[in-house]
Design a protein around this ligand. Structure first.
Ligand code: ATP
Ligand code: MG
Length: 221
């Protein structure tokens, strides 16, 4: 079972789009996939047609111990399931602030997950407690990066956080992929950013770049 978090504290870079389409694509290839939505915006949950419903069991209710993970996972197709998010997740930093081992709550609660080939975690655009919990739970990190000016700005903070989590909480954590998203090869800025990514992350950058494509923006609707 490969557990991969899609992380970048920068908003709107393509984390959710990548998570949703990667999940669907892997399921089409016959892999059993669980997508965990840890963003209070619940965009991944919405993308799969699950509308806002505060009563529905969610990653939030699992984190606070109100529901167990098995009853909260919703099968979407035979191969693809989702652990939906809810807006309540936005307050979880505060709610868990006095919990002992608060960085490990997610990994503790999700321990009983089994039977999936891939578990993909869509993270919120911040490096708060939710993202740290995600990084403590997974084995691998994929970083979606938008090929724009400032794309690399802020990555050092992400690298520092990953390094700290690795040293203190999850020694086997590795970055195994960097994904250039919304890439427009006609623009020199995109090409420059992409080569900077190659220099910095070397062979961790996926050779396939995700082009800017309006159909991806329209897909959720
Ligand atoms: P947030 O940090 O807010 O959760 P995110 O990193 O998850 O954002 P997305 O929601 O995946 O980013 O993408 C941001 C916006 O860009 C969305 O409106 C999405 O539809 C659009 N988008 C993402 N990838 C592409 C693409 N390759 N081509 C065109 N539009 C895209
Ligand atoms: Mg998102």
């Amino acid at each position: 079972m490969r557990k991969i978090a899609l992380v970048n504290q920068k908003g709107g870079v393509g984390k959710t789009t990548t998570a949703v389409h990667l999940a669907a694509g892997l399921a089409e290839l016959g892999k059993k996939v669980l997508l965990i939505d840890l963003d209070p915006q619940a965009n991944a949950t919405l993308s799969f047609g699950l509308h806002h419903n505060p009563e529905r069991p969610s990653a939030y209710s699992v984190l606070i111990g109100k529901t167990n993970v098995k009853e909260t996972i919703q099968p979407l197709t035979e191969m693809l399931s989702i652990l939906p998010s809810s807006i309540d997740l936005a307050g979880v930093d505060m709610e868990l602030s006095n919990e002992i081992g608060r960085e490990r709550v997610l990994s503790d609660k999700l321990d009983e997950i089994s039977g999936f080939d891939f578990v993909l975690v869509d993270c919120p655009p911040s490096l708060g407690l939710i993202s740290v919990n995600a990084l403590t739970f997974v084995d691998e990190i994929h970083i979606p990066v938008q090929c724009e000016f400032f794309a690399l700005h802020g990555l050092s903070l992400l690298m520092r956080t990953i390094d700290l989590v690795k040293r203190r909480l999850n020694p086997t954590l590795e970055i195994t992929g960097v994904i250039a998203c919304m890439y427009d090869g006609r623009r020199s800025l995109a090409r420059e950013t992409s080569s900077e990514l190659d220099n910095f992350f070397q062979d961790k950058v996926f050779k396939t770049k995700i082009p800017t494509n309006v159909r991806l923006a329209e897909a959720p609707s």
